[in-house]
Design a protein around this ligand. Structure first.
Ligand SMILES: [Zn+2]
Length: 148
């Protein structure tokens, strides 16, 4: 059963370089949105780990991590995480993409749950959100969780 599932999710032939590029870049780091947020946080004096696995023994990584405050920040790409405003489903290989994106959605939910159960605060932002506003939200959360 597992083998079947793996086989089904193997990428179909990508007919254009654009599709191929998209298929390969499931997990991108240092996206412009991430860099903008990191810059804003740094400017506000916050220090953090980048692309870091918050939970020992769990391979899931967060984009920006505050270990002491136990705050994990994700900057979700609008395409890969199906943003309600900008998420699209490519028409080519539609079935494969639907499964792939649904898998991402389930993995996000699973990551949230694991971190939450371990006492972490999970903050998720869309890549289209304003870095200054999101930085303010992060700062507030980190300050609240380190002030005691
Ligand atoms: Zn978006």
């Amino acid at each position: 059963v597992i083998l079947n599932r793996v086989k089904k999710l193997l990428a179909p032939h990508a007919s254009t370089p654009e599709t191929r590029r998209r298929m390969q870049n499931t997990r991108r780091r240092d996206t412009p949105a991430e860099l903008a947020l990191r810059r804003e946080l740094h400017r506000r004096g916050l220090r953090y780990r980048v692309d870091f696995a918050p939970l020992p023994g769990v391979r899931r990584r967060a984009d920006i991590v505050f270990p002491r405050a136990r705050v994990a920040v994700f900057v979700d790409g609008c395409f890969w995480h199906s943003c309600p405003q900008h998420g699209t489903r490519p028409r080519e290989n539609a079935r494969w993409w639907t499964e792939k994106l649904e898998q991402n959605r389930m993995r996000d939910a699973d990551t949230n749950r694991e971190l939450d159960e371990a006492g972490w605060l999970v903050l998720r932002f869309w890549e289209h959100e304003d870095a200054v506003a999101t930085a303010a939200t992060v700062l507030e959360a980190v300050a609240a969780r380190t002030s005691t």
